[in-house]
Design a protein around this ligand. Sequence first.
Ligand code: LMR
Length: 396
Amino acid sequence: LFTAIELAPRDPILGITEAYNADTNPKKVNLGVGVYYDDNGKVPLLECVQRAEALLIATVTPRTYLPIDGLATYDKAVQELVFGAESKVIAEKRVITAQAIGGTGALKLGADFLKRFAPDAQVWISDPSWENHRALFESAGFVVNNYPYYDAATHGVDFESMLASFKTMPAGSIVLLHACCHNPTGADLNADQWSKIIEVVTSRGLVPFLDMAYQGFGEGIETDGQVVRRFAAAGGPLFVSNSFSKSFSLYGERVGALSIVATDSAEAARVLSQLKRIIRTNYSNPPTHGGKVVATVLSNPELRALWETELAAMRVRIRANRELLVDLLKQKAPSHDFAFVKQQCGMFSYSGLSKEQVDQLRNNNAIYAVDTGRICVAALNSSNINYVVDAICQVL
Ligand code: LMR
């Protein structure tokens, strides 16, 4: 059985962490994976999470199975966070939400659901997109195409080409969009551009799938959620995957959700019933702990306010890292212009470094970045930023 099996390549993102972990260089820096580290280089355990966990421990409960679609209080809290507490689609019971195993799990549920009910549709992802988007939808059985997105010359979005591509996609095509903080480029659409995309998606009968893994890391929780709300207001169908890995610093708990907006409540109930079959045949039902922590924080006004403060602090620190990175590069490599890094938002910067330069950083300095030149700005800190900048200057 196994003799003909070839060795699979390392994962383009998580494989970097494997290589980083195996590196014995004490100066090593992991700018690969999208994880927020504090200024001491540690993944924070948020105060709101610790306090929620203390509350949960004080009221110990048996570990029975959760419902197939997850904890009801969690699903409700997620809906209100993602769609807004006053959302019409919630009031009209047109949106269903299922707890999922992280954002990746939510994408996989959505992909499997779509493959069952739209087997002949093709999927379109941005060029470039998060590496796992293509892999996920291909493994669900879809043909995955790219639509134009990033313009290396401007370090922004090539919006005209993107829009033109949307205008030629066959009706029923599934279009994967990043709701905020585009991964890997950090380049987002502005509000006018979103209006045009929503218009073409609606008028051509495309199926939007919004991936929102970084709500709160762009402008703030409400502003970052606007794109989802605008798509929801335009009517269904709409798929939204979201994740709390980054915003709650709960990476290993795998807490995410898939929401689907339907045309009316009866349709939504049928959609949920089918989604539950997909969950049941994948992993039966989700784990309890992460969902309980998030539900506790989101439904307790004091903890919720604390979470917003802690999330804002992460967002502000990432911005400060961008500023400092650009300033230091300007001082040390004045002939290169990295000012665009300040315009990008979220955890990442598409730095413009080539694969060769990324290789050199890794081999010479034990600085790990994604082959595409994506760096995680949230992994810079006052102890490593000068080391990183000096190394970048050497490879430029
Ligand atoms: C990333 O893009 O680095 C993160 O979303 C982590 C992952 O699962 O790839």
